[in-house]
Design a protein around this ligand. Structure first.
Ligand SMILES: Cc1cc2nc3c(=O)[nH]c(=O)nc-3n(C[C@H](O)[C@H](O)[C@H](O)COP(=O)(O)O)c2cc1C
Length: 361
């Protein structure tokens, strides 16, 4: 297996979320529709990951025991430590949801203060929480005080470039007992456009005294993570889309932290094996037809990174039954990767920003 190398910064001490000691500073960032149990199991099996969080789930839906939401917070012994990300705006609902999560054995709770989608932010949750500092700090404090497990917050730099409130929030949150801050280096107004503002993340890292700050945004490679760590002074890095393109990224980063070197990501054959394994976990949870529908988004990332011909990818996406799924996959296996071999290093996949208005991601 080829080894790659890149200079290492002086790493900060290992991260803990309050009493919860993490084995790696490299985390999976929540991605609605992707960071479900099947994918979390896959990246944890590969290794090198500190914390993996569920997609954002509605606090109200947890309290009302919405069956789909309860499935979204299902876990597995290998899915540890297990963090659930909640959003909401009503204090009672948020507290009740947090307490329910404690009874379900969740290890830590993350509060979503970054979601820019109008349906969520417009209602005052997600990034909308950044618009009303006093109420938000009071709400988060009530949640922290109501549960015995660590509570973290994920946010953006601010609502827009005129209100870069993340450092102020981070300072206030540390005072009231929030255990960690994950910060996506863009504003709500930016959506996913432009590049991540590492200077903005640095201000958040400088605003806190001792809790870990996790830098997030556009990290795809070891070199990106190195830049994030050394230019922002953050304690850890969370990776979203980069992990869909390369589920080996956490393992590579941990190898790099330990030795300065890391091994290749998976080949066509390795990714095929991963795809099948993830699909089988999805079937365990959702049954065959439910798994096929839910797996479509994810298979796009697998098949693109495997350099599968567009027409074959398209055909695969049309599968409605397990027979059709297997038949389409057999054609893909037969064809192999375009211009590459089945066991070698594949070129990096282009990582798209969420398409269309951010309302749709
Ligand atoms: C499809 C998609 C879904 C997302 N869902 C969530 C979510 O549920 N909760 C959250 O806090 N952030 C969510 N995000 C934001 C990511 O966690 C992350 O902050 C952002 O993608 C930047 O990191 P990246 O460049 O490593 O992907 C989502 C992003 C995308 C692209």
């Amino acid at each position: 297996m080829p080894l790659f190398t890149h200079p290492r910064p002086e790493f900060p001490p290992p991260i803990s979320y309050g009493p919860l000691q993490l084995t790696s500073r490299f985390h999976l960032s929540p991605l609605a529709g992707y960071t479900n149990l099947s994918f979390r199991r896959i990246v944890r099996q590969i290794g090198g990951i500190g914390l993996a969080t569920t997609d954002l789930v509605s606090a109200d839906a947890i309290v009302y025991e919405n069956p789909k939401t309860l499935k979204m917070i299902e876990t597995h012994p290998e899915d540890r430590p297990f963090a659930v990300q909640i959003f909401g705006r009503d204090a009672k609902m948020m507290i009740d949801a947090a307490q329910i999560l404690v009874t379900r054995g969740v290890d830590s709770i993350d509060i979503n203060m970054g979601c820019p989608v109008a349906r969520i932010a417009g209602g005052g949750s997600g990034a909308g929480m950044m618009c009303n500092a006093d109420d938000t700090v009071a709400l988060v404090q009530q949640i922290v005080e109501a549960v015995s497990i660590p509570v973290s917050v994920k946010m953006r730099l601010g609502w827009d470039s005129t209100q870069l409130s993340a450092p102020t929030f981070a300072r206030e949150f540390e005072k009231i007992g929030v255990v960690a801050i994950a910060i996506h280096g863009r504003t709500r107004a930016q959506g996913f456009s432009g590049s991540v503002d590492l200077g903005g993340i640095r201000k958040v890292a400088e605003a806190t005294e001792s809790i870990p700050v996790i830098g997030n945004g556009d990290v795809r490679t070891v070199a990106d993570a190195e830049k994030m760590l050394s230019e922002t002074g953050c304690d850890g890095v969370s990776i979203g889309r980069g992990a869909l393109a390369n589920p080996w990224i956490f393992k590579q980063l941990s190898q790099w932290e330990e030795t300065g070197e890391w091994s290749s990501p998976g080949s066509f054959n390795d990714r095929l094996e991963l795809l099948l394994r993830q699909f089988s976990y999805m079937q365990d949870q959702w049954g065959p037809e439910g798994a096929i529908v839910r797996f479509r988004k994810m298979s796009h990332w697998y098949l693109k990174s495997m350099r599968v011909k567009p027409a074959l990818r398209h055909h695969f996406q049309q599968a409605k039954t397990v027979e059709e799924f297997n038949a389409a996959l057999a054609v893909i296996v037969e064809a192999g990767p375009v211009g590459e071999n089945r066991t070698g290093l594949l070129p990096d996949m282009h990582i798209p920003v969420p398409s269309g208005p951010i309302e749709h991601w």
